[in-house]
Each structure stands twice: as C-alpha cells, then as structure tokens.
Design a binder for this molecule. Structure first.
Ligand code: AKG
Ligand code: FE2
Length: 289
C-alpha cells in the first residue's frame, strides 16, 4: 500500500508556503504529520494534565465555537486556565490550517476544540463508540450532508508517551469493500428518526452510507485485523492533520491530546471530486444529498 502519511518537518504553526503535493495528499485522505511541532504548555498549565480534570460523565473536555467550556471538573480558576489553554491551541491550529490550505481559510466552519486527558487503553466502550477499531468518522445523531471533517491533533503528553494510531487503506478501497454490504437508504426511516429526535436533522443518503461504512468497519473483527494498515506512533510534541471522514484510523494508546475540528463544504476543496461524497456518488451511480 502506498504510504498514507506525509511527513512535514517544520517547527512553526505558520507554514511558510503552501505546497500542492501536500494539499493533494491531504485531500486524497492522507495524514499530514509534523513530527517536530510542539504545542508548548505554560508552566502553570502543566497541572491541567491529569485525568480527573474531566467530568466522568463526558467523554472529552471541549471548548465550543462560542467559547464555552464543557466537560471539565474543578473550580473556576481551573476552568478558566483550561479554556485559555484550549483556546490558545485553537488559534495555533487555525493558523496552521490557514497557512497550509489558504483556499480553505474563508470557507471553514469552526467546530469544538477538545482536550482528551484520559488514557486510551483504559477506556471501556461499546463497539460502535470504540475508536480503537479502524473507522472513518461519521456521527449517528448529527447528519452533515457531505460537509467535511478536518481535524488537527496534537500530542501534549509530558512524559514522551506517543499517541499510537493505526491507519488503514484509502477511502475508495474501504467503500468498495463495505458498500455492497450496506443496508439500503430508506427515506421514511430517516424522517422518522428526525421526528423521534434520534437525529438532529434528517439523515441524507450520504449520512446513511457513511454510518454504514463506520459501523461495517468497526463491526468486522476480521477486517480490523486483516485490512491493509500501518501502526503509527505520533510522538509527544507532534501534530497531525487529516480529513477524519476519509482517512481510516484507530487510536490504540496514549494520553493527553488536543484536537481541533473544522468543517468544510466539499465544493470548497481544491479538488471536490476527491471528497467522500463524490467517491460514494460515483460508486453508487447517483447523487447522495
Ligand atoms: O483519540 C484519538 O486519538 C482519536 C480518536 C478518533 O477516532 C477521532 O477523534 O476521530
Ligand atoms: Fe475517529
């Protein structure tokens, strides 16, 4: 399998010049890896790196687009310090993406920034929520009608512990494997799920198929083992960027990560034909949204 990782050795969150090969690689579903791009914590922020800073009822701590902090435990001073740290990471992530992908700059829609203090190996989850299985991102309750999910990840582990991912095969290969097993889209069921508030809006055929891929991959243990894949330790002090709705990924171990999600309409890509929506529409032979 062709390498799914493009390494970029820059040490500045403002990349000097944008590069067509990187952009095409990212839009083809590859992961851009910056091995030497630490997000430097302030001395007073070191104390925020502890698992019990998360409210046990939620999965991650997050700062929403409006700047509200969710999911943290602790007093007002702690919550303020967390919001400042996560907000600073957000600015860094945005300047990285804007300098790397100038065409996206005015088209991106900001989504929450997360802080993940939990040790991955200790997390117990249902198979469907278990990100230790290879998957492409698709959200059961939030249909997105083809809008892209671009994510910036930063390993801020203070003890040099890598965040280990597996990275699987290209999206089209995944789609060709799982589309034939996908349940058909039934529009009245999509309306019913909206009425019952199972989904926030009506699932499109695109959303249905993406969830079928997500569930199909995670539910197939022999696929999990036998699919073409590499194990990738993302070093402490590194950053990686990918379209997580396209790059097949799984997290195996690690602790302390910051993550920024950005949404993008596929029409705003450098090459809209490389989007999952375009690939799936070609494979099924009709438009999906
Ligand atoms: O926690 C991680 O490293 C990645 C989990 C994941 O699958 C995701 O954020 O989409
Ligand atoms: Fe994921």
């Amino acid at each position: 399998m062709e390498s799914q990782i493009i390494e970029i050795d820059v040490a500045d969150w403002q990349v000097a010049n944008s590069n067509p090969a990187r952009i095409a690689g990212l839009e083809a579903g590859k992961v851009l890896y910056f091995p030497h791009l630490p997000f430097a914590l302030l001395p007073e922020e070191r104390g925020l790196l502890r698992p019990d800073i998360r409210d046990p009822k939620v999965r991650n701590i997050s700062l929403d687009a409006a700047g509200h902090l969710k999911g943290a435990s602790g007093d007002t001073a702690t919550q303020l310090a967390l919001a400042l740290m996560i907000g600073r990471f957000r600015s860094h992530a945005q300047s990285l993406v804007h300098s790397l992908l100038p065409k996206y700059k005015d088209a991106l829609r900001l989504a929450p920034t997360s802080f993940r203090p939990t040790q991955v190996e200790t997390r117990a989850q249902s198979w469907r929520a278990d990100d230790r299985r290879l998957h492409v991102d698709a959200f059961p309750s939030r249909p997105n009608y083809g809008e892209r999910i671009l994510r910036v990840f930063s390993n801020v582990n203070p003890d040099g512990v890598p965040r280990v991912w597996r990275i699987g095969e290209p999206f089209e290969t995944v789609a060709k494997k799982f589309l034939p097993r996908a349940k058909p889209y039934i529009s009245w069921q999509a309306s019913l799920m909206k009425t019952l508030h199972i989904t926030k809006s009506c699932r499109s055929e695109y959303d249905h198929l993406m969830l079928q891929l997500h569930d199909g991959m995670k539910g197939d243990m022999s696929y999990q083992e036998s699919a073409d894949q590499i194990t990738m330790p993302f070093a402490a002090g590194s950053v990686w960027v990918c379209f997580s709705d396209q790059a097949s990924h799984a997290v195996m171990s690690g602790q302390y990560m910051l993550e920024q999600t950005l949404h993008l309409a596929p029409e705003q890509q450098y090459d809209p034909q490389s989007s999952p929506q375009a690939i799936l529409a070609r494979l099924v032979g009709h438009p999906l949204v």
